[in-house]
Design a protein around this ligand. Structure first.
Ligand SMILES: [Zn+2]
Length: 448
């Protein structure tokens, strides 16, 4: 048997096992896994881990939000992702009022297709003006979009009745609802109260969005999903109170899954103490909380209460963030994490003893692929896409806006030292990043 590429001498890490083997790649697929394979084109992975390409099921690239657009486009964002070992992302589609789901999907798909260097999928956002289009949910699923984002916060939020209608339509079409859960009514009341009392600094962002109000919304949306008889995936859980609701619902037999993100696992609310705009940069929602919340989230990860770790990558420039300096609620929310996610979870999770290497791969690669139906991704098996990472477990990288490839011009993880970093990233058999250089061509990414 001949191969296009062989990865030799590496230690393979999957969600369930760790073992020494060579991988043979042909036609973009994994075509053999054996103790020894021979061929011409070889990557030597001696002393390295070989993992599935990481999957980031929650990113916002060139996303319009009010007067802003998130900083990374589908080229710069997917390039940064590839440097961090991510070979598949799932981004979002929003419809205009007079547009069908499928029309909006096709538009966003062709935009992403032009620039993306890695494979991508899209979640459909269901906004208030989409409630009258729920009979189109089935068509969206058939067009390749099977997950539907629902906001309980912001201008795009649905009320509980609308959520119920959306859940029923998604359930009938065999789709998966995913939810941004926060109690918007109570939070906006607290924001107004704090601003009126002259509390305008970034630390009041977290204080206006207390953990219990995130947990309340998580509990409520699980109840609505239970009533509608649909599974539900909860995005970006930031606190123990919220994951505890998921855990309890699962004990009762409900199909609920949960995501958390690097910003809740690597940062604490001390970030808001920095002077001037520095303190406003890390504003995102749900908010970055205290050190005790962070440590407890790691414990919940360790005991497998979470299912995915995604980035929620949604950066804005320093100038855009600075426009909200006189009031925390005017700062566009979101942080860049698309590049550091996979290695950071290895460094903070595996090296610091919270996770096994297999749990790391499961949370960042395998369960995300399974949950969103990416059948050819997320695992090292013959027949799967050859999306692979040769990962150097000893390489130390100090994060900064210069060591990372994101476009925001800043990172909330500045000076964070990470040990463990991708050396080679392979997408469908093609080396797209090797030793700090990107070889992936703009537009090579496919819609999946
Ligand atoms: Zn998001």
């Amino acid at each position: 048997m001949s191969f296009d590429l062989i990865i030799k001498n590496g230690t393979l890490v999957t969600a369930s096992s760790t073992y020494r083997a060579d991988i043979g790649i042909k036609g973009g697929k994994i075509s053999a896994i054996a103790e020894t394979l021979e061929g011409e084109n070889i990557i030597d992975a001696k002393g390295k881990l070989v993992t599935p390409g990481a999957i980031d099921t929650h990113v916002h690239l060139e996303m319009p939000i009010g007067k802003y657009t998130s900083t990374d486009d589908f080229y710069t964002g997917t390039k940064a992702a590839a440097f961090g070992g991510t070979t598949t992302i799932i981004d979002f589609v929003e419809t205009r009022e007079n547009q069908t789901f499928v029309e909006a999907l096709e538009m966003r798909k062709s935009l992403a297709k032009k620039r993306s260097i890695i494979d991508f999928g899209l979640h459909m956002t269901i906004m208030p003006h989409d409630i009258k289009k729920l009979d189109q949910v089935q068509a969206a699923v058939e067009a390749g979009c099977r997950s539907f984002k629902i906001y309980m916060a912001y201008g795009n939020r649905l009320n509980d009745g609308e959520i119920l209608l959306a859940f029923e339509a998604i359930g009938e079409a065999g789709g998966l609802p995913i939810v941004h859960a926060e109690n918007w009514d109570a939070i906006t009341t607290l924001i107004d109260k704090n601003l009126n009392e002259g509390n305008r600094g970034p630390e009041w962002h977290t204080r206006s969005r207390p953990a219990v109000l995130e947990a309340e919304a998580v509990g409520r949306v699980i109840d609505l999903a239970t009533y509608a008889g649909v599974p539900v995936h909860i995005f970006h859980i930031s606190c123990p109170e919220a994951i505890e609701r998921v855990k309890n619902a699962r004990i009762q037999g409900h199909f609920v899954t949960a995501e958390t993100c690097p910003q809740y696992l690597c940062l604490t609310d001390e970030v808001f103490e920095a002077e001037g705009v520095e303190g406003a940069l890390p504003i995102c929602s749900p908010p970055i909380r205290g050190i005790i919340d962070q440590m407890e989230l790691w414990e919940y990860l360790s005991s497998e209460s979470f299912h995915t770790i995604s980035s929620d990558h949604c950066p804005f420039t320093v100038g855009e963030k600075a426009e909200g300096l006189d009031a925390f609620n005017k700062v566009p929310g979101g942080v860049p994490s698309i590049e550091m996610r996979f290695p950071a979870i290895y460094s903070r999770g595996v090296r610091d003893g919270f996770l096994t290497v297999n749990q790391w791969v499961d949370l960042c690669c395998t369960t995300p692929a399974w949950l969103f139906g990416l059948e050819n991704k997320g695992d090292i098996q013959v027949g799967k896409d050859a999306d692979l990472v040769v990962f150097d477990p000893e390489k130390t990288v100090v994060l900064s806006e210069t060591s990372l490839h994101e476009e925001a011009g800043w990172t909330p993880y500045k000076n964070m030292s990470i040990t463990g970093w991708p050396e080679v990233t392979i997408s469908r058999g093609e080396v797209i990043v090797k030793e700090g250089k990107c070889y992936g061509e703009k537009g090579r990414g496919q819609f999946i």
